[in-house]
Write a protein that binds this ligand. Structure first.
Ligand code: MN
Ligand code: MN
Length: 277
């Protein structure tokens, strides 16, 4: 994962930090996540191989684009959308490190311009389908409502969900979202098959807080880290982009969650590499 700002080759995998947490409804913190996740990625406590045997250092075209530099006078979402578009225009694959989950909407706006029939697999404790939360339609609780009302995805499949309320159940029905709730187990993985490109949006609170305490919303009853890795390995479809969001270093214990994020980052890089070479 080489740091680089320009001269990116076609077909590269690009890591981009998106340090934005102003749309977080409950706590701030994810704006300092990208640097922490990179530190854990390179930590001497582990190595840079994927579980399936890929040496990540052998990937020639894996680049770290650094973090988006948000400015007072430029619209945050425009900056995110244009940064994503720059990567996609070079036929590269974007893997973003949030930030809170609000960042996924402008990323998907860029992806939808490039991919006609985009599928999204969204792993989260929360459906993030609120029409609006606390008067903010761009809240981290709303991105998938914005994505679906603009018809940016052919199919949205959610899993890990364990906080759905009446309003969001109505929203899911209205938009035709396929919601796999934790209470129903994870047999959905065997049955799920995507036709066409898949974007993976991974909110770390899909994982049980016992495994990943460094998130703003501790919602018990979640997935194990192992289950999420299995999903990354076994998903039937071609993954062409992803984000890892909602890591909150202020809530972490001994960098546990940062190591989870870094581990998932490694496995997603390997999966995108295998799917796209
Ligand atoms: Mn979320
Ligand atoms: Mn969540």
């Amino acid at each position: 994962m080489k740091p680089v700002k320009k001269n990116i080759q076609n077909g590269s995998i690009c890591i981009l930090g998106i340090p934005l947490d102003k749309n977080s409804s409950f706590q701030k913190g994810p704006s300092s996540a990208p640097g922490q996740i990179r530190e854990s990625y390179f930590s001497d406590s582990s190595n840079l191989w994927s579980e399936k045997g890929l040496d990540l250092e052998s990937i020639k075209h894996l680049y770290d684009l650094g973090d988006i530099d948000f400015k007072e006078d430029i619209d945050d979402f425009n900056l995110i959308k244009n940064s994503a578009k720059d990567v996609l225009d070079k036929n590269c694959y974007l893997l973003s490190l949030g930030g809170d989950h609000s960042i996924t909407f402008p990323i998907i706006e860029a992806y939808a311009q490039k991919y006609d029939r985009l599928n999204i697999l969204h792993l989260d404790a929360h459906p993030d389908l609120y029409d609006s939360l606390d008067g903010n339609i761009y809240s981290h609780a709303c991105p998938f409502a914005r994505i679906m009302e603009k018809n940016l995805a052919a199919r949205l499949v959610q899993a890990g969900i364990r906080t759905i309320n009446g309003h969001q159940r109505e929203q899911a029905q209205k938009f035709g979202v396929e919601v796999n709730e934790m209470k129903d187990g994870i047999n959905w993985l065997d049955k799920l098959e995507f036709d066409g490109p898949v974007y993976l949006s991974l909110d770390l609170d899909c994982i049980d807080p016992a495994f990943a305490p460094g998130v703003s919303h501790h919602e018990p009853g979640g997935m194990t880290t192992r289950q999420v890795i299995d999903i990354i390995h076994q998903l039937k479809g071609k993954i062409i982009g992803a984000d890892i969001v909602e890591y909150n270093p202020n809530r972490d214990l001994n960098s546990m969650t940062s190591m989870v994020a870094a581990k998932l980052l490694k496995e997603i890089i390997a999966r995108i590499y295998e799917d796209t070479i």
